[in-house]
Design a protein around this ligand. Sequence first.
Ligand code: NAP
Length: 529
Amino acid sequence: MGAQTKFKLTYGTMFNPPEEFHERYESELAKLKSSFGKEYPMIINGKDVKSKEKFENRSPIDTNLVIGLFQKGTNEDALAAVAAAKNAFKLWRSTPWQERIKVLRKAADLIEDRCYYIGAAMSLEVGKNRMEGIGDAVETADLIRYSCTQMENNKGYDTQMGTDPFEGYLSTNKSVLRPYGVWLVISPFNFPGALTGGPAGAAMVAGNTVIMKPATDTPLTPYLLAEAFRDAGVPDGVYNYVTGPGSTLGNALVSHPDIAGVTFTGSFDVGMGIFRKFANEGPYVRPTILELGGKNAALVSRHADIEMAALGIVRSSFGLQGQKCSACSRVIIEEPVYDALVKRIVELTNKLTIGDPTNRANFMGPVINKGALKDYTDFVKELEADGNVLTGGKVLTEGEYANGYFASPTIVADLPYEHRLWKHEMFLPITTIGKVKNLEDGIKISNDVLYGLTSGFYGTDEEAQWYFDHIEAGVNYANRPQGATTGAWPGFQPFGGWKGSGASGKNAGGVHYLQLYMREQIYNQVKKA
Ligand code: NAP
């Protein structure tokens, strides 16, 4: 249990892990590589299910590597999963919450035990560097644990209310939170661990049963989580894992009337489409938790520590190749420190190592797929025409890059603030940098986007307080060298967004999250005194 040594891995501490982390990762990576090409089933009602059509999961590092063969689930599979989850709900909802959290804590421990293997899977299918991969796996375990602890701290959300002042009667009241039913979880490619296991764990702790559909680019990590849930003793039908295209299988699930609630994490357009469909087609309003995109800005004051700001900005701009919803994709700097900071950001960017992310030396891996690489090329053309590309802008095709989707980290200056790419989420290793006269102008520009997910500030403590009072985003950091806008962790910085970045206004891994998966009932009981 390497991850349970004294060192606690989080995204804030991952830059200097003990040597043991590397050894364990390498040995699990070798194991995973020896299973390349293996076929993986769906898991419905606790049973392995295969469909007629399959799809290959090829690595973006080298598209000749077939990580595994997965099932292209059909409408029938969607129906079978809903039926299984609906049936299992009868038992799971009445299983005491103390027993539910016992099983889910066991699942969290198994996920943490397996974090090197799961982390290696994320390196291979997402392109995460090793610490990001292990980090995502450990975060998954911690998100599940956090939901268990919340349930426990709130005594199952069973609360005695006031006694009515009825003369001659004893009129007692109780508020209880109870599960909804079958919960659909749809996750994105970039955090297939945390954004699958986090919401699914919360839904199950609350007493719902789950159907999980992962992104087609990254089905292996969610499969490994499904195995962990099954191995931990989550009963048949409580957690169902189905794979296939969002446009067909995902759509069939969203359209099913027996889905009681959904957690979707992904792009704004797809999420809003699901929201509208779910609302229009259902008989009544059902809970819809949306965690959507970001266009996160770092704002730097003239009083900032330039070295700290440059380090945090580069880490957040290019960690996971800029494909984090929390990535720093905009940098806004007060004039007096603009030249010095830009120079340092470019220097640090030029030192970043790119290549096979399973290799310890590499900070950046590939982008997710061919479409992302094409978007990169198109955006760079537009940025070259309207701004000044200070570094990067190149697709890498030689040597070890030849069979993968590699793009160089790109910094763009002098792009007019009215340009559409100051507002559009590119979701690639591209960051635009701009100058402002003062912090008031800087915060206006920071807030002038559809999104409100994360933000970062560098300056004095007093300025930071002012910044926190005015910034429109869910997770906000000040003077953080570990990452200007990235690095949230359950129990430390719960993660979620405002405006176009999220629908619930409550953050995952925080004190208000688990309740989203439950409805309130009041029990009033009257007796003659
Ligand atoms: P995406 O293209 O929106 O896909 C997300 C998921 O939706 C995938 O599982 C996809 O399946 C599925 N899907 C697509 N069309 C669907 C439909 N019509 N019905 C049901 N499901 C459908 O997003 P992505 O490219 O994987 O992820 C990147 C985006 O996620 C970015 O915008 C990023 O900011 C956002 N994100 C947000 C957060 C947050 O916490 N706010 C965290 C991470 C990522 P297929 O893969 O099969 O198409």
